[in-house]
Design a protein around this ligand. Structure first.
Ligand SMILES: Nc1ncnc2c1ncn2[C@@H]1O[C@H](COP(=O)(O)OP(=O)(O)OP(=O)(O)O)[C@@H](O)[C@H]1O
Length: 272
C-alpha cells in the first residue's frame, strides 16, 4: 500500500464570517480567508475597515454571528477547553507592548504564559530563553520591562507570545512608533521566525518587505487578495480603499530589490 501523508491543515481558515456590534453596526460581512501554514500575510485596509474586529475573532474574544474560524484545524468556539488551546495557538501582539508587559522582569513576563500551561523548572527556563533568543533580547532577561526602549519592549511582547509556541503570530501594527533601525531589526527578526504570520498594518512598504501576500479589507469585506507587489502596483485599487504609499516609493523597484536579496525573497516555510 502506498503511504499517504495528510497535508497540514491551514493555520487559519475563516469561512463566511459575519459580525455586528451590539449597536447594530455590521463590522464584518461574509469574510473568507485561508492562511496556509508558514505563510506571511498582510491585512491591509483603511481606518474602520474591520481589521481589529477580525483579529478579535481569531482567538474567540469576539464570536461570529455567522460563519466559522478554525486555527490549525481546531474550530474557535466558546467551549472553555477549546478556547484555552485556541489562545495558545493564536498569539496576538497588540500595538502597545505595555498592554502585554506587567511583571517586574522581562523573564517573568515571558514565563507567564507557559507557566500557566503548567511548565516548570528547567523546561520553563528553556522556553523563556528560546523565545528571548528568537527576538534578540536574551541579554535583557533580568531587566525591568519599563527600563527598556519602546522597540525593545515590542520585541519582548513578541517573545511573550512566541513562548507559547503559537500556530499563528498576529501582529497589530508592528512597525508603529519604531525608529528606522528598530523597524528594520524587527523585520529581520520576524522574517526569521518559523511561524505563520498575519500582520495588520498601514505601513505598506513593511507589508511588501515581510509578506508575499496581502489582503485588503474594507467595509467589513475582503476586497482584494493577491501578491503584495501586485496589489501595491495597482494605484486605482489603493486609491479606492484609502491606502497610500509613501511619497516617491515605487513598489516595483522595492520588490525587485527585495527579490535580489537572498534571505528576503521568500518566507521560511517550516516543516508541516
Ligand atoms: N464596540 C464597538 N461598537 C460599535 N461599533 C464598533 C465597535 N468597535 C468598532 N466598531 C466599528 O466597527 C467598524 C470596524 O472597526 P475596527 O476597529 O475593526 O476597524 P479597523 O480596520 O481595525 O480600523 P483601524 O485601522 O482604525 O484600527 C468601524 O466602523 C467601527 O466604528
Amino acid at each position: 500500500m502506498i503511504g499517504y501523508v495528510q497535508p497540514a491543515p491551514p493555520s487559519l481558515d475563516v469561512r463566511g464570517v459575519r459580525f455586528a456590534y451590539p449597536d447594530g453596526h455590521v463590522a464584518l460581512q461574509q469574510v473568507d480567508l485561508t492562511v496556509p501554514k508558514g505563510d506571511r500575510v498582510a491585512l491591509l485596509g483603511p481606518n474602520g475597515a474591520g481589521k481589529t474586529t477580525l483579529v478579535l475573532h481569531l482567538n474567540g474574544i469576539l464570536t461570529a454571528a455567522a460563519g466559522t474560524v478554525t486555527v490549525g484545524g481546531l474550530t474557535v468556539d466558546s467551549d472553555r477547553a477549546t478556547l484555552a488551546e485556541i489562545r495558545r495557538r493564536v498569539g496576538i501582539v497588540f500595538q502597545d507592548p505595555d498592554d502585554q508587559l506587567f511583571l517586574p522582569t522581562v523573564a517573568e513576563d515571558v514565563a507567564f504564559g507557559p507557566a500557566n500551561l503548567g511548565l516548570r523548572g528547567p523546561e520553563l527556563a528553556a522556553r523563556v530563553d528560546e523565545a528571548l533568543t528568537a527576538v534578540g533580547m536574551l541579554e535583557h532577561r533580568d531587566r525591568a520591562p519599563h527600563h527598556l526602549s519602546f522597540g525593545q519592549r515590542r520585541r519582548v511582547a513578541v517573545a511573550t507570545v512566541l513562548a507559547m509556541h503559537p500556530e499563528i503570530l498576529v501582529l497589530d501594527e508592528p512597525s508603529s512608533n519604531l525608529d528606522p533601525a528598530a523597524r528594520r531589526e524587527l523585520a529581520t527578526i520576524l522574517r526569521g521566525l518559523p511561524v505563520t504570520l498575519l500582520m495588520v498594518t498601514h505601513d505598506l512598504p513593511y507589508a511588501l518587505e515581510l509578506c508575499e501576500r496581502s489582503v485588503i479589507l474594507d467595509g467589513g469585506r475582503i476586497v482584494a487578495d493577491g501578491t503584495t507587489p501586485d496589489l501595491l502596483a495597482d494605484a486605482d485599487l489603493l486609491a479606492r480603499h484609502r491606502l497610500e504609499l509613501p511619497y516617491g516609493f515605487d513598489p516595483a523597484v522595492a520588490a525587485a530589490r527585495l527579490a535580489a536579496t537572498p534571505d528576503r525573497s521568500a518566507p521560511a516555510r517550516p516543516a508541516a
